[in-house]
Design a protein around this ligand. Sequence first.
Ligand SMILES: [Zn+2]
Length: 204
Amino acid sequence: MKNIPEIENLVKLISKLPGLGPKSARRIILKLINNRNELIKPMIDSLTDIFKNISRCQLCGTLKSSLSECNNCGNSNKKYNKICVVENIADQWSIESSSIYQGYFHILGGTISNSNINRKEDLLIDSLVKRVTKDKIEEVIIATSATVEGQTTAFYIQDKLKDTNVTITKLAQGLPVGGEIENLDDGTLVSAFKNRHGLNGRKD
Ligand SMILES: [Zn+2]
């Protein structure tokens, strides 16, 4: 399959995806070509829909379809008094699957010193402050990674929330240094939640 420009172009693109190199890209492409009607055509339609309709919710940062309300912050009959702040959607999925937490989520979409996203407004922190006030939130749980960037971001959020009355907590140590939330096992995550501590003197 080498030296066919159409295929080489797609190999380059697929190799940019997480966990995939040129070898797996070629296997994927071969499978696609051998199933062009069942796979390629529907995939083109599906990618077109995603490109057109899916974007970040400007309120909570999660992904949403322009055709429906946001699952995180709209459309919910349940009202909560907690918001858990995470770096990305995979972190939210990990926390949800551990069942330790019932509440809203706020997805930053990065960290402050992350070289890709260093524009603070992209992290929707102003929107977080608005949500805290509007939804009568009592506790903001900061669940950023135990990395330098994650901690810098946590301090920045804490500072931005200082004029609200909200209790700010952070997941307990016990997160391995450098640990990213999405890679933690359920046990570690549950204990980090249970032992979260206050950052602004409102919780032990
Ligand atoms: Zn939302």
